[in-house]
Design a protein around this ligand. Structure first.
Ligand code: ADP
Ligand code: MG
Length: 691
């Protein structure tokens, strides 16, 4: 008897060679093999006789080869033409570029099953299948019943193993599989949602009965699919839920919100918060008041106003006698937060400090001393905050801005500077909700899903390099109106001098073009002080055109800047382009984003640019990105821990993911069941390493 964790080499038909091949594709156990689920199903229970084919129908036919030949054509290359008969009539099957299919395999008399769309060949006045899927059957094959007279599973070929061979291996594994499987899904949940048990699901997902719904099977919507997808999500969400419960049992820093504190929080607001900002603040305050440490992700599209919410939380922390730390991924952004914090928090009498590189040693020492002594209340900085010599006095609140630019580890390192401090991580990386749930599942999620009022939409246009003259005129027109512009060049690795070339050259050229204007160059290799001077000057309107690398990608907020030109836009990812575009459209003036590319673009680049010109909705773009690149890449960067799902698909199965999350949270709270579930989890070790 096989168990799910039995080695795949014990499956009938798997010898050492195949087991090695399968292993190279990650199929090592019986479970791995059984989770290689069909890519589609064909109705071979009801073969269509050749005499009753209808044009346009998708049909499975069972016939014999009557004759086959290769036709050499001038325009279409070699075509393999096979004439089939089933006694009732004849039909053709044609494969273009059919040179690789051997005519001798289609020898007269050979039995074949074909599946495809029925067409009509006018010349020969015969029915024809163009490039159909096919299977050649073997004479006297005992297992031929696997291939016919039923709904037949079709598999993705892998490791040189054909669909038909997989059918046999999997049938073998299933027939030897013990019925006595531990079902990781609690029976209640199965009952509640109509999920079949694990044994049935595995049997039927491969070999459904003719009473199953073929359309649903092909849409991955059968009860068996749904159950296996759900299970995969459920186990993952269960880990997250258990971690959250663990987090809740920690004793954290508990803040109070008195009337006075509420007053102070209100006092700092330079504008009326949006409804979304209010809602999110309430979620944060509830956490801060609770005995456990806050562990919250604040998600909100570029420009949705996350910063002020963070400052509100900071006020609560400081009023409670604690320090707050705000970590940003770039010096420019840290600098900007510092300027804002000073403006907003100085009036409350808080002392704000920024920890940065490139300042004089004595100055830095002095600041660090004050931080350690608790004399600075609000500490802003880059990675410098997690360096060893940065020591806090009473760190009660940790905020990580643009979390996607950091790793999980860095968040934890900063948190370790306090004793279970309240933690808020913020991200504008528009990742779809499903991805957020699988990436940040151990965090509570707050979403700002509304833009501050009075924004004018950003128009986005795509131009080629030949339009440079026109683009310069567009920039000139904007400057004429008193507005400012960004011009961004791609720089992959800022430490590489060569890569700075395009930005420096662009800077020279633009300085020529806009002679009477103030043009400045900003990049990551400048000294901190210089960066600061430039950013301040730009924010104060003393610079008209800021030529930059992606150093300004995140966070920079200058309302009077209304034009963003991205040169070589094809070299940027979608998330990056969206972030860059988010630098404009921040004030009452209408804004323009110009994406410049060479004339020729590859497919993916073109689709990205098209998406950018079609929408400014970050979540929409995130979905496009997910479609273009897949979850791993989108989560990508330094974030580890996106699990590879075997049956589930984040793009299409979000409804089951939400359900799984809900159920996992409910179950994780049922102490009696917890142990059993944890056991089930550790049996599926694949997930335990996540995150
Ligand atoms: P992000 O979420 O991208 O970090 P910011 O916090 O930088 O966005 O906010 C973008 C801009 O919108 C800032 O200039 C900020 O002052 C402004 N802003 C934020 N909330 C509001 C609001 N409720 N009303 C008006 N302006 C707002
Ligand atoms: Mg921000």
């Amino acid at each position: 008897m096989l168990r799910l964790d039995s080695d795949v080499q014990y499956v009938k038909g798997v010898g050492p060679r195949r087991s090695a091949l399968l292993g190279s594709r990650g199929i090592r156990t019986v479970e791995d093999l059984l989770l290689h689920i069909p890519k589609s199903y064909q109705d071979r229970a009801n073969f269509v006789p050749l005499s009753s084919l209808r044009v346009g129908q998708d049909a499975a036919v069972h016939a014999k080869v009557y004759r086959s030949r290769v036709i050499q054509t001038r325009t279409r290359g070699r075509i393999l033409d096979v004439i089939l008969t089933d006694g009732s009539s004849f039909a053709h099957a044609k494969w273009f570029h059919g040179g690789y299919l051997q005519t001798r395999e289609f020898s007269a008399g050979r039995e074949v099953v074909l599946f495809g769309r029925v067409d009509f060949d006018r010349y020969e006045s015969k029915f024809v299948f163009f490039n159909p899927e096919f299977e050649l059957l073997d004479d006297g094959d005992e297992s031929a019943s696997l291939d016919m007279g039923r709904y037949v599973p079709v598999y993705e070929e892998a490791a040189g193993i054909t669909s038909r061979q997989f059918r046999r291996l999997i049938a073998g594994a299933l027939s030897d599989l013990t019925k006595d499987l531990d079902d990781p899904l609690p029976e209640d949940i199965r009952k509640a949602h109509g999920f079949p048990d694990i044994y049935t699901s595995l049997q039927r997902i491969h070999f459904p009965g003719t009473d199953d719904d073929l359309a649903k099977l092909n849409q991955r919507q059968s009860a068996y699919h749904r159950r296996l997808i759900f299970e995969e999500f459920f186990l993952l969400e269960l880990i997250f839920a258990l971690r959250r419960i663990q987090g809740r049992s920690l004793k954290g820093v508990r803040f109070e919100t008195t009337d006075r504190i509420r007053q102070q929080v209100k006092a700092i607001l330079p504008f009326h918060p949006t409804a979304a900002q209010k809602r999110v603040l309430k979620e944060i305050v509830d956490d801060l008041k609770a005995p456990y440490p806050m562990n919250r992700l604040l998600q909100g599209d570029v420009g949705s106003g996350k910063t002020i919410v963070a400052f509100e939380a900071i006020v609560i922390a400081v009023e409670n006698g604690y320090q707050a730390a705000l970590m940003a991924p770039t010096e420019i952004l840290a600098e900007q937060h510092y300027i804002n914090a000073k403006r907003i928090l100085d009036p409350l009498g808080y002392r704000v400090g920024v920890v940065r590189r490139g300042v004089k040693k004595a100055e830095k020492q002095e600041l660090l001393k004050k931080i350690a002594a608790g004399e600075v209340h609000v500490i802003i900085g880059t990675h410098a905050l997690i360096e060893e010599h940065t020591v806090f006095n009473r760190l009660g609140l940790v905020i990580v801005d643009e979390q996607h630019r950091f790793g999980v580890v860095q968040r934890l390192q900063l948190m370790a500077k306090g004793e279970n401090p309240n933690t808020l991580v913020m991200t504008a990386t528009p990742i779809p909700r499903t991805l957020a749930m699988t990436l940040y599942g151990d965090l509570d999620l707050s979403v700002i899903d509304q833009m501050p009022p009075g924004r004018t939409p950003i128009r986005t246009v795509h131009v080629t390099e030949r339009d440079a003259g026109r683009v310069h005129r567009m920039i000139a027109a904007e400057l004429e109106q008193g507005r400012q512009a960004y011009v961004v060049y791609p720089v992959i690795e800022e430490s590489e001098k060569v890569d700075l070339k395009s930005a420096t050259e662009g800077f020279k050229r633009l300085s020529e073009v806009f002679k009477g204007r103030r043009v400045a160059l900003l990049h990551g290799r400048l000294k901190s002080d210089d960066k600061e001077t430039i950013m301040r000057a730009f924010a104060a309107g003393e610079i008209d055109v800021l030529v930059s690398t992606t150093a300004i990608e995140v966070g920079v907020d200058v309302a009077n800047a209304t034009l963003m030109l991205v040169d070589h836009a094809e070299r940027f990812g979608l998330a990056q382009l969206h972030q860059l575009r988010g630098r404009v459209g921040r004030g009452a003036h209408s804004s323009l984003c110009i994406l410049m590319t060479p004339g020729r673009l590859n497919d993916v680049a073109r689709q990205r640019i098209q998406a950018m010109t079609a929408t400014t909705d970050g979540f929409r773009l995130a979905e496009v990105d997910l479609n273009l690149r897949g979850p791993g890449e989108v989560a990508g960067t330094r974030q580890s821990g996106i699990p590879e799902f075997r049956v589930a698909n984040l793009l299409t199965d979000s409804e089951l993911l939400s359900l799984a999350q809900k159920e996992a949270q409910r179950w994780a709270n049922r102490t009696e069941e917890r142990e059993r579930l944890i056991e089930a989890l550790s049996a599926r070790t694949k997930f335990v390493t996540v995150g």
